[in-house]
Write a protein that binds this ligand. Structure first.
Ligand code: ADA
Length: 554
């Protein structure tokens, strides 16, 4: 399943999930591996870092143009169609696609060479406090395309004087050598509109629709109303293509020191969630996504942070359906200046931000874009890159606030750049100190360092515990101590009206890389700060969060 709703009724599209042939460089044996999936699930590749080759046959039932769409390959893909290279993509966490024109009907071979190695070629996937798996880790689809088709839709709702309106941009693509005159029609909430337009040869052209919507129901945390937005393309009276998106009428803004959703202040209380599940690796199946969502909602959360990369669209669809606000961020964690000076870093970040926003723009649940978690925000060169990335986001989406989670306490020189200031703080875990005093010092510094009159979010707080380790001494690493530390932190932060949101670090224990400096000190080679373990078995802290999220922040 690619999305939680049908994205086409006219365009023929086939999902290529299933068993693919597989060969790992350096291994003689031939395998069959499931797609989506991580090769680490196979006993021969439990911790393998290398290059593997997936191949399968596809049957094309009518000659014409096709598109292969990959929702995620970890972490680098080189795609071949009948031996000809059609795509190269870096980053496990953003989708990409490749169009092949004038394919003859019959059998064809798709080959995907996948690389999850570390090195200068990979500025974002590096040894880290989460694991970089290998494989075709998210769904794959094959589509039949006409010469002119709908590339994507951008839906921007607006609320003014309690009246909803919306701007819908239908981005059309003409891959033929001839201009085409088409009719583009949209249907949304019972309102239909159409435009006739000529699409020049070999171009990408937007068609804009604007309108008022009087009797719609807005999207909110408590009432996440969604609407299907259908775009159809006709040539000479025949509908030849369509694309269906699912949208919500909601607006979000940073207004003074608060965050407003549909004109009302909102408090974000939730979890940091890595895409990592004990037996799935990062290729989390829908049922385990739903399990995570059910547990987070049972714990009275209303938000989730996609630490530290763009998430699977099916999970974002779930957030849309359940009314869970999302802080989605580009792919970066804890990169010092030397890492940011990797010659590939800026381009790989730029690609990730572009693909994240192009593909996730329409999710009403996404209320904030984040960048560069705990990167070198204390340096002038780092600031140049932060500024560039914030500007890129604003050039693509002015409808959402921006932020970045800092840990450069008292040295960060980028707090004037985002709309929302966020900080990670582990009082009681990494530093035994009075939480309230440290919080006051932190907020006082923020206000003097560019963050004055901006919303403030505690983007990470927490402590580690080994699942099942109970100790009446409540010593560190016991479940009791983790619950105590989280309680003490939440009682300070959720009673501080200067704070507009808290995200627990973290929802579930996750695997970390064995390479790298201090990560090897992680017990079990896991980050054990989950309130549930990697099998989603709740620790004592789960009930502590459930209790406090129910009391505060409503
Ligand atoms: C940082 C980082 C997280 C995680 C956390 C921890 O704040 O953003 O990814 O590594 O520390 O567990 O120490």
């Amino acid at each position: 399943m690619i999305r939680l709703f049908d994205t086409h009724h006219i365009r023929q599209t086939y999902e290529l999930d299933g068993m693919w042939n597989f060969k790992m460089n350096g291994f003689d044996k031939a395998y069959q591996l499931p797609v989506p999936g991580c090769w680490e699930q196979h006993p021969d590749f439990l911790s393998h870092r290398g290059k593997g080759i997936y191949t399968r046959t596809v049957y094309i039932n009518k000659s014409g143009n096709i598109r292969l769409e990959f929702k995620g390959v970890s972490h680098t893909a080189d795609v071949y169609f009948d031996g000809e290279k059609i795509a190269h993509h870096y980053n496990a966490f953003t989708p990409f696609s490749a169009v092949v024109k004038n394919v003859k009907s019959g059998e064809h071979e798709v080959r995907v060479e996948v690389d999850n190695t570390f090195g200068e070629h990979s500025a974002l996937h590096i040894p880290n406090d989460y694991y970089t798996y290998g494989g075709i880790t998210r769904p794959v689809a094959l589509e039949y395309l006409s010469d002119v088709y709908i590339e994507r839709i951008r839906f921007t709702p607006n609320l003014s004087n309690n009246k909803w309106s919306a701007k819908t941009e239908i981005i059309m693509k003409n891959i033929s050598a001839f201009a085409k005159t088409v009719i583009v029609k949209t249907i949304l909430a019972g309102t239909e509109a159409e435009h006739e337009i000529e699409i020049p040869a070999s171009t990408e052209t937007p068609v804009t629709f604007e309108g008022d919507f009087d009797d719609i129901k807005s999207w909110s945390v408590g009432e996440p109303n969604l609407y299907e937005l259908t775009a159809m393309l006709s040539v000479d009276g025949e509908v030849i293509d369509d694309l269906i998106e699912r949208v919500g009428f909601r607006v979000v803004e940073a207004r003074g020191a608060e965050i407003y959703l549909n004109g009302k202040p909102v408090f974000m209380k939730g979890f940091n969630r890595h895409e990592d599940y004990a037996v799935d690796g990062c290729a989390i199946g829908l049922q385990h996504m739903v399990l995570d969502m059910d547990l987070m909602q049972d714990a009275n959360a209303n938000a989730v942070r996609t630490c530290h990369y763009p998430n699977d669209e099916r999970f974002l669809d779930l957030c849309d359906e359940r009314g869970i606000m999302v802080w989605e961020e580009n792919h970066a964690r804890g990169l010092i200046l030397k890492d940011m000076q990797n010659p590939n870093f800026e381009r790989q970040c730029e690609d990730c931000i572009r693909e994240m926003i192009e593909n996730h723009y329409n999710h009403p649940a996404i209320v904030i874009w984040g960048i560069l978690n705990e990167c070198a925000a204390e340096t002038e060169e780092g600031r140049r890159m932060y500024k560039k990335q914030y500007e890129q986001i604003k050039s693509m989406d002015e409808s959402r606030p921006t932020t970045s989670a800092t840990c450069r306490h008292f040295t960060d020189i980028c707090l004037d750049l985002p709309d929302v200031v966020s900080f990670n703080m582990y009082s009681g875990w990494y530093k035994d100190c009075p939480i309230d005093k440290r919080n006051d010092e932190q907020i006082d510094w923020i206000k003097k360092s560019g963050g004055d009159n901006k919303p403030i979010i505690v983007s990470e707080l927490g402590a580690a515990a080994i699942y099942g380790y109970r100790d009446r001494s409540r010593c560190k690493w016991s479940e009791e101590r983790q619950a105590d530390i989280i309680r003490d932190n939440l009682e300070v932060y959720m009673n501080d009206d200067r704070i507009m949101g808290v995200f627990i670090w973290q929802f579930a224990d996750c695997r970390v890389t064995e390479e790298g400096e201090w990560f090897t000190t992680r017990a079990r080679c896991h980050n054990n700060k989950g309130v549930v373990d990697e099998y989603r078995r709740p620790k004592i802290a789960y009930d502590t969060v459930k209790e406090l999220f129910k009391i505060y922040g409503n």
